[in-house]
Design a protein around this ligand. Structure first.
Ligand code: OGA
Ligand code: MN
Length: 297
């Protein structure tokens, strides 16, 4: 019996059943990939994945990012550096303290964003696996930036053509109230250019590419560019473009960072354990390079 694909909407998000990601045949992988390029977000319930199996599945989509944002001194050493620790646990596996630096930093995940757009070569896709879920809250919302692009008036599409935004982790963290990057951290993460509209090669679909990491638009007055980014994020996050994932333990959810945004929702993180780990696959090149747009000086 082959895998089953059950679409959440005709073009965004699908649940994949009758599949074991730890032993996926080439034929099944081809089906998973075809579904991924179509739906941009796939849910695989009931997976039993050791860390190596999770990484091995991610690697079938490309190289995994291993560079972390925060210095090792703060970063959790619970996990291999190829994982982003999306939990509320400290290095000892205990629920973090209210004032912990990790907690302050990760509050930024509750803003609409796409993973690693603040890196010159951004994230292609992310694969997030839930080990323990919170009994109340802690959902993840996903928005389809392709459908949001399609719904723009023609005049807006024309206005956005060729524009480049500046993305920086410092921008999104400033928005969520985290400003104490160390000199080393800040030096590792200079702002980078990303195309505001991109074409996804595998589907041919155009997509917006906005996130809370984006702060200004090259060639526009700072305030005007910032206002346009805010307006676009508000547009993309309208409910007709959004799917909310309510986690069950052992779900693996993967999304295309090139054409979706996501954000975590609140839960009582000083009370409940929420233990998830994420592998992030790098894109093939900077988005401007892929669009054939000259990098701003
Ligand atoms: C992520 C992320 C949000 C959440 O894993 O990249 O932003 O719900 N997660 O924890
Ligand atoms: Mn994220």
């Amino acid at each position: 019996m082959g895998i089953t694909i059950c679409a959440v909407t005709p073009t965004f998000a699908a649940e994949v059943g009758d599949v074991d990601l730890s032993r996926l045949s080439e034929a099944d992988l081809a089906e998973v990939k075809a579904a991924f390029w179509k739906y941009a977000l796939l849910i695989f319930p009931d997976q039993d994945l050791a860390p190596e199996q999770h990484l091995a599945f991610a690697e079938r989509f490309g190289p995994i990012e291993a560079d972390r944002v925060l210095d090792q001194a703060t970063a959790s050493s619970r996990l291999d550096s190829k994982f982003a620790d999306i939990s509320n646990l400290d290095a000892q596996g205990e629920i973090w303290e209210a004032a912990s630096r990790q907690r302050m930093y990760k509050a930024g995940n509750r803003l609409w964003h796409t993973d690693s757009s603040f890196k010159f070569r951004p994230g292609l896709c992310s694969l997030l696996y839930a080990r323990t879920v919170a009994p109340v809250g802690g959902h993840t919302e996903f928005a389809d930036q392709r459908a949001a692009y399609d719904a723009l008036p023609d005049a807006m599409k024309e206005k956005l053509r060729g524009l480049v935004a500046e993305h920086s982790i410092a921008t999104s963290r400033r928005r969520s109230g985290f400003t104490n990057f160390t000199t080393e951290e800040a030096g590792r993460l200079p702002p980078v250019p990303q195309a505001l509209v991109r074409t996804i090669p595998q589907s041919g679909r155009k997509s917006l590419y906005v996130a809370s990491h984006a702060g200004r638009i090259f060639g526009m007055p700072e305030e005007k560019g910032g206002a346009l980014i805010d307006q676009l994020i508000a547009h993309v996050s309208q409910r007709q473009f959004v799917y909310t994932h309510r986690w069950r333990a052992r779900d693996l959810v993967m999304w295309d960072n090139r054409c979706t945004m996501h954000r975590g929702t609140e839960y009582d993180d000083l009370r409940w354990v929420r233990d998830m780990r994420r592998a992030t696959v790098s894109d093939v090149a900077n988005s401007c390079e892929q669009e054939g747009i000259a990098l701003p000086a």
